[in-house]
Design a protein around this ligand. Structure first.
Ligand SMILES: Cc1cc2nc3c(=O)[nH]c(=O)nc-3n(C[C@H](O)[C@H](O)[C@H](O)COP(=O)(O)OP(=O)(O)OC[C@H]3O[C@@H](n4cnc5c(N)ncnc54)[C@H](O)[C@@H]3O)c2cc1C
Ligand code: SF4
Length: 579
C-alpha cells in the first residue's frame, strides 16, 4: 500500500467482507441426477464468450461424430443479462480483422444491415483541450489512428452472435448468473448457477428456484472486466503470480440521435475537464464516434468519457465529467438539437500486458476482458475479445478431438497472435501516467514512438484501491443537470431499462462504515448513484454508507476502488440495446 499518505485513507484499508475462494469456489459436484451435463460451458455471453461458441460450433458442425459425443448440450453459454448484449457496452470503434475472419461469410455491408455496425472511419481528428472553451487539433498520434476501422455496438453484436450460436446448436441460458466455479481434485469441472427468487434478507420467496450444477468437460471464463468467477479462479490457481496487479478505468457512454451527421471520428485527450496537478491523479479521455443506423436511417453519435481509476480526488465522477464535457463548444455544436437515446457505464481492465494473468488452468481458460486483453492507450479490446474467443474455440476443439485434457495450445496460440504482439508493444505505455499527466505524458509519448523499446524494462503498477484519497474540488466544475442536454445519474439509470427487483438481495459488498473520503469516493464514482452518505453524517471521520444496490448497472468499478461487485440474480440490471 502507498506509504506517506499524510493520514489520507486508501480504500484498500477497508476491504470488503468477501472470501472469494471460500464463497465462490464449490468443492465437488452434486450427484449426477441433480446436475446438468454439457460439453463446454461458457460463462459470459459477450463478444469473447460468444466468439468462442461461434467458432467451436463452426468446427463441431463439420464433425458430427465429435458433436454427438458431447451429448444433448454440446455448448452452453451462461449469461446473467436478460438477453446477450444486455450488459455489454463499448466505445466502440473496432479493428475489423478478427470479426471478418470469424464471420467469413459476411461483408461489412452485411454487418450494417444486421444492425451491429454503423460505418467505416474515413476521417478523424484528435484534440487537446486546454480549457472549457478551447480545442487544439493535433496530428493524430499512432494509437488514435482509426482509418478503416468500423464503429459498432457490442450490445447489438452480442445479440447477433447469440442468434447464430443458437442456430448452430448452442444452448444459451440467459437471465442466469454463474455464481460458483466447481473445482474437483484440482480441476475446474463446471459452474453453479445462482438461485432465483430470494428476498432482501436472502430467504426464499414463493417463486424460489434453486441453482444447479452445470458439469462441463471444459469451462470458458468470458465474464468481461473483473469477473466474479475469474477473480476466484485467479486466486485458486495462482494465475496472477509474478504479474503486476490489474488496474481499471471507468467509461460512461451516451448515444445521441443528432440532426446533422458527424463528419469525423473525434478523440480528445484532455487535460480539461480533468486537472493536471499530480495530486489529483486524474487521467482520462473522450470519444465522439459517428454512427449511421442503416435500419432506421438515423444519424447517431456515440460519446463517452473514460477516466483512469487511479485518481486521488474523491469527487471524480465519470458521469458528471461527461456532462461537463458536453458543455464544450466543440461538443455542443455536434449534439445541440439532438436527443439522448441511450446511456450506460462500464469498467475496463487497463493493466495490459504485465497484468494479464496466466490464461489457462486445469479444465478452464480465460478470454477477452476476463484475461485483461485491452490496449487502453488506443482504447481497443473488442478485436482481442473476438480473436481470443476464436482461438479458445479452436484449442478446445483440438483437445476434445484428441481426447486430451490440456488447454496449453490456447496459451500458445495467444502468445503467437496479434493479441500478444499488440499488447507487448504498449506494455509500459500507461504506467508513467501514475506520475500524473504532466510528468508522465512525455514518457508515454516516448514509449509510443519507440513501440515500447524506450525506456523499456518492466514498469510497476500499484492497485487503484491503494491510492490515498482526499476530498477535492473536481466536483465544483460539474454542471447542474437540465434534463435535456445534461442529466443526473438517476435519470441516466432510468433509460437503461434496469430491471432489478426492489426486494432483490444485495449483491454489492462494501464496508458500511468507512472514513468520509472513502464514502465520498464511492458516492461520486458510482455512475448509477448507488452509494449515499446521510445528510446528517459528520463532515470528517467515519460515516455510514447507504447502498441503493437496485440502481446498480453492474459496471464493476467498485471492485477497483475498495468494494466488490458480486453476481446479482440472473436477469437483473440494465438492458443495453445499442451501446
Ligand atoms: C467505456 C469503454 C469503451 C471502450 N471502447 C472501445 C473501443 O472503442 N474499441 C474497442 O475495440 N474496445 C473498446 N473497449 C473495450 C471493449 O469493449 C472490451 O474489450 C470488450 O467489449 C470485452 O468483451 P468481453 O466479451 O471480454 O466482455 P464483456 O463485453 O464485458 O462481456 C462479458 C459478459 O459476461 C457476462 N457475465 C459476467 N459474469 C458473469 C457470470 N458470473 N455469470 C453470467 N454472466 C456473466 C456479462 O453480463 C457480459 O455479458 C471499451 C470498453 C469500455 C468499457
Ligand atoms: S454499485 Fe454497480 S454501478 Fe455503482 S460502481 Fe458499483 S458496480 Fe458500478
Amino acid at each position: 500500500m502507498s506509504s506517506g499518505n499524510g493520514g489520507r485513507p486508501a480504500p484498500a484499508q477497508f476491504p470488503p467482507p468477501v472470501d472469494p475462494q471460500g464463497e465462490f469456489i464449490k468443492r465437488g459436484l452434486d450427484p449426477e441426477d441433480e446436475l446438468i451435463e454439457v460439453g463446454v460451458a461458457i460463462v459470459g455471453g459477450g463478444t469473447a464468450g460468444l466468439a468462442c461458441a461461434n467458432r467451436l460450433l463452426q468446427l463441431l458442425g463439420e464433425d458430427e461424430e465429435l458433436l454427438e459425443s458431447l451429448g444433448e448440450v454440446p455448448v452452453a453459454v451462461i449469461e446473467k443479462a436478460k438477453t446477450c448484449g444486455g450488459h455489454n457496452l463499448s466505445g466502440a470503434v473496432m479493428r475489423p480483422g478478427p470479426l471478418e475472419e470469424l464471420l467469413s461469410g459476411l461483408t461489412r455491408e452485411d454487418w450494417r444491415k444486421e444492425g451491429f455496425a454503423f460505418g467505416a472511419v474515413d476521417k478523424e481528428a484528435v484534440y487537446l483541450m486546454p480549457s472549457a472553451t478551447k480545442a487544439v487539433k493535433i496530428p493524430t498520434p499512432p494509437p488514435f489512428k482509426n482509418h478503416g476501422n468500423e464503429v459498432i455496438s457490442v450490445a447489438a453484436l452480442a445479440r447477433y452472435q447469440q442468434r447464430i450460436a443458437e442456430e448452430a446448436g448452442a444452448y444459451v441460458l440467459t437471465e442466469t448468473a454463474a455464481t460458483q466455479l466447481i473445482v474437483e481434485k484440482g480441476r475446474v469441472v463446471g459452474v453453479r448457477s445462482g438461485d432465483k427468487g430470494r428476498g432482501k434478507d436472502g430467504r426464499p420467496l414463493r417463486n424460489f428456484e434453486p441453482g444447479t450444477d452445470v458439469k462441463a468437460k471444459f469451462t470458458v471464463l468470458a465474464e468481461g472486466c473483473w469477473g466474479h468467477l475469474t477473480g476466484a479462479a485467479i486466486r485458486e490457481f495462482g494465475l496472477a503470480e509474478g504479474r503486476e496487479p490489474q488496474v481499471w478505468e471507468l467509461g460512461v457512454k451516451e448515444v445521441w440521435k443528432v440532426t446533422r451527421p458527424l463528419d469525423r471520428l473525434i478523440h480528445t485527450i484532455g487535460p480539461w475537464p480533468l486537472k493536471v496537478k499530480s495530486k489529483y491523479g486524474q487521467i482520462g479521455g473522450t470519444w465522439l464516434y459517428p454512427m449511421k443506423d442503416e435500419k432506421t436511417g438515423d444519424d447517431l453519435v456515440s460519446i463517452g468519457f473514460v477516466v483512469d481509476l487511479e485518481y486521488a480526488d474523491a469527487t471524480t465522477s465519470a458521469h458528471d465529467l461527461l456532462q461537463q464535457f458536453k458543455l464544450h463548444p466543440l461538443v455542443r455544436e455536434i449534439l445541440e438539437g439532438g436527443e439522448r437515446i441511450s446511456w450506460g457505464a462500464k469498467a475496463l481492465p487497463a493493466g495490459g500486458w504485465w497484468s494479464m494473468p496466466k490464461l489457462t488452468m486445469p479444465g478452464a481458460l480465460l478470454v477477452g476482458d476476463s484475461a485483461g486483453m485491452v490496449d487502453t492507450v488506443a482504447l481497443k479490446g473488442v478485436h482481442h475479445s473476438v480473436l481470443s474467443g476464436r482461438l479458445a474455440g479452436e484449442a478446445i476443439y483440438d483437445s476434445l478431438k484428441r481426447g486430451d485434457k490440456s488447454l496449453d495450445s490456447y496459451a500458445e496460440a495467444v502468445a503467437n497472435s496479434s493479441i500478444a504482439e499488440e499488447l507487448y508493444e504498449v506494455r509500459n505505455t500507461r504506467q508513467p501516467f501514475q506520475k500524473g499527466f504532466l510528468r508522465g505524458g512525455p514518457l508515454v509519448n516516448m514509449m509510443i514512438l519507440t513501440k515500447g523499446r524506450f525506456p523499456g524494462g518492466r514498469w510497476k503498477w500499484h492497485r487503484n484501491d491503494e491510492k490515498p484519497m482526499f476530498i477535492g474540488d473536481t466536483k465544483d466544475g460539474y454542471p447542474k443537470p437540465d434534463g435535456k442536454y445534461t442529466f443526473d445519474k438517476l435519470s441516466s439509470v432510468y433509460i437503461t431499462g434496469n430491471a432489478t427487483r426492489d426486494d432483490a438481495p444485495n449483491h454489492i459488498r462494501v464496508r458500511k462504515r468507512v472514513p468520509r473520503e472513502v464514502a465520498e469516493t464511492w458516492a461520486w464514482m458510482c455512475p448509477a448513484g448507488v452509494y449515499e452518505i446521510p445528510d446528517d453524517a459528520p463532515a470528517s471521520g467515519p460515516v455510514d454508507v447507504i447502498v441503493n444496490y437496485t440502481n446498480c448497472v453492474q459496471c464493476g468499478a467498485i471492485t477497483a476502488k475498495g468494494g466488490r461487485l458480486t453476481t446479482p440474480e440472473g436477469g437483473d440490471g440494465p438492458l443495453y440495446q445499442n451501446l
